[in-house]
Design a protein around this ligand. Structure first.
Ligand SMILES: [Zn+2]
Length: 151
């Protein structure tokens, strides 16, 4: 216990981030504190901007700051190949390869009963509706992603 409420609160919030344990959270909090007010303002602004400007694409659920994400609005992409991924970071990785020219659907997680995550918590209903509504053909290419076990 540090007995400094504001610092303990920051450490607590940082430790809630994936892959950040208590010691790393404490180190980050000390770094933020030592970096001064201007860094804190920039960090705060970045956090507020990302919350205000970034949202799920209404079609594929990838993160975007546009009404429809760049992959859904690109007329040159192949409509009848859909890559279903777990996380927006998967889209970024696949796009970095430059090998995929189809469309995406982001589930925002995987089914994990032990963590209380069921199909209703993911974008599966939206995926089925998307297929049934004919936005894509029945030609589905599933991209399996490896779940990372952090800790
Ligand atoms: Zn999209």
């Amino acid at each position: 216990m540090l007995h400094i409420a504001a610092l303990e609160k920051l450490i607590h919030e940082l430790s809630r981030l994936p892959g950040i344990g208590p010691k790393t959270a404490q180190r980050l909090a000390y770094h933020i504190l030592r970096s001064g007010a201007s860094y804190t303002e920039r960090l705060t602004e970045a956090l507020e901007r990302v919350q205000a400007e970034v949202h799920d694409c209404p079609r594929c659920f990838n993160f975007t700051d546009l009404p429809l994400c760049r992959y859904c609005s690109d007329p040159h992409r192949i409509d009848d190949i859909l890559c279903v991924v777990e996380d927006p970071a998967d889209v970024f990785r696949i796009e970095s390869s430059g090998a995929f020219r189809g469309r995406y659907h982001v589930l925002h997680g995987t089914i994990s009963p032990l963590d209380g995550v069921g199909p209703e918590n993911l974008k599966i209903r939206e995926l089925v509706a998307r297929i049934e509504n004919g936005n894509i053909n029945k030609n589905i290419e599933e991209k399996k992603t490896h779940r990372k076990f952090e800790k």
